[in-house]
Design a protein around this ligand. Structure first.
Ligand SMILES: *Cc1c(COP(=O)(O)O)cnc(C)c1O
Length: 374
């Protein structure tokens, strides 16, 4: 028998979530599959929606080439553009779109000799202050790129810092600066533009409702079924894609006053039944969790003691009919990844990206559904 830790990836759920994202936004949607599709497997996820996806977004050329080699023909956007000029030839040869987020990229792109013009997404720093051109840089870069032989099209874009906070006015300030700056460039309208990540798609319709179909959203986390806005932890329209599961490999009792695990951080306040699960931080389950929810045999209980590399322990005291081999869901349908993330002081994005060593199994229950879409 092999180790029972499994990440089950439901591609039909991924496809469903893509459709939800696209429908909520109303325009085109670039499915963000960077970082190996947030740990879910970029090729498998991309193939599951290649018949219908308007395009994909990845971080870098290497990630895009992986998809091209797997036969993905849809548009692919490089979210960080290029890191050195030498990449430009391959970017052109593989028909990739690229973000220009810094002045040096604009300069190098204009100084290079391309065999074919490329589509660029010109990124404005509208208030996140991570990457992107300042409004002044943006306006001058736009004029230099516009009509240049290396450039086939310019799509204005920006990224929100606080779209997951529905009480923050920052998103609308960023939107206003974006609109003002883009409209200050010569001959430009807002008919092609890209702003919305998952949180904006779900929480900020003001960002896109007034725009025509050509607006591009860039949903990431929602495609994997985790809601980016805390207050929507139990949103029904999104389906969890990853189910991380394992099994109970040992059961024992401890007495009131006994401590368990490394550092003895948990002490029993009553006699307890403890189950040991074959999953730990070596699989990507966060060591920093305290009292995270977990489902055993479909019943919710908690993780107790410190998570170790290969194992973690759960309270089985009130769980019925458990035995060695009982199924355990670490996150998925019964346990929200967001709830585990909260117990770990992090976000579901990081949990998903960290999953490793476990067996990855893929299923797609309504593949024919996709096939019927032309
Ligand atoms: C990662 C990323 C996204 C997707 O963000 P989610 O919060 O996962 O929806 C969108 N745009 C850019 C520029 C990104 O880097």
């Amino acid at each position: 028998m092999s180790r029972p830790a499994i990440a089950h990836i439901r591609l039909d759920a991924f496809r469903h979530n893509y459709r939800v994202a696209k429908q909520q936004h109303g325009g085109n949607a670039l499915a963000v599959v960077k970082a190996n599709a947030y740990g879910h497997g970029a090729i498998k996820c991309a193939k599951a929606i290649s018949n219908e996806a308007d395009g994909f977004a990845v971080a870098c050329l290497e990630e895009a080439l992986e998809l091209r080699k797997a036969g993905i023909k849809n548009p692919i956007l490089l979210l960080e553009g290029f890191f050195e000029m030498a990449e430009l030839a391959e970017i052109v040869a593989n028909d990739l779109w690229l973000v220009l987020h810094a002045q040096w990229q604009v300069n190098q792109l204009l100084a290079s000799k391309l065999t074919k013009p490329v589509q660029v997404w010109l990124k404005l720093d509208s208030g996140m202050h991570r990457v992107g051109l300042s409004p002044e840089q943006y306006i001058s870069a736009f004029e230099r790129l516009n009509q240049h032989a290396n450039i086939s099209k310019i799509v204005p874009m920006s990224h929100f810092a606080n779209a997951d906070n529905l009480n923050s006015s920052h998103t609308l300030q960023q939107l206003a600066l974006f609109q003002h700056t883009v409209l200050s460039t010569k001959n430009h309208s807002l008919k092609d533009a890209s702003l919305a990540n998952s949180a904006a798609v779900l929480g900020w319709p003001q960002v896109f409702v007034s725009h025509p179909q050509k607006h591009w959203s860039r949903p990431g986390i929602m495609l994997y079924g985790a809601h980016p806005i805390d207050t929507h932890l139990h949103n029904q329209s999104l389906r969890p894609v990853m189910q991380l599961s394992s099994q109970i490999i040992s059961i024992h009792s401890i007495h009131q006053g006994d401590s368990i695990g490394y550092g003895s951080i948990f002490t029993a306040t009553r006699d307890m039944l403890v189950g040991v699960v074959a999953c730990g931080y070596g699989d990507g389950y966060p060591r920093s969790t305290i009292g995270a929810p977990v489902a055993v045999n479909g019943q919710i209980t908690t993780v107790i003691g410190r998570v170790s590399m290969d194992m973690l322990m759960v309270d089985l005291t009130h769980i019925t009919a458990t035995h060695v081999g009982s199924s355990v869901e670490l996150w998925g349908d019964q346990v929200q990844a967001n709830a585990v993330a909260k117990a770990a002081g992090t976000i579901a994005y990081e949990l998903f990206c960290n999953v490793k060593r476990v067996q990855f199994r893929y299923s797609d229950t309504n593949q024919s559904d996709t096939d019927s879409i032309t």
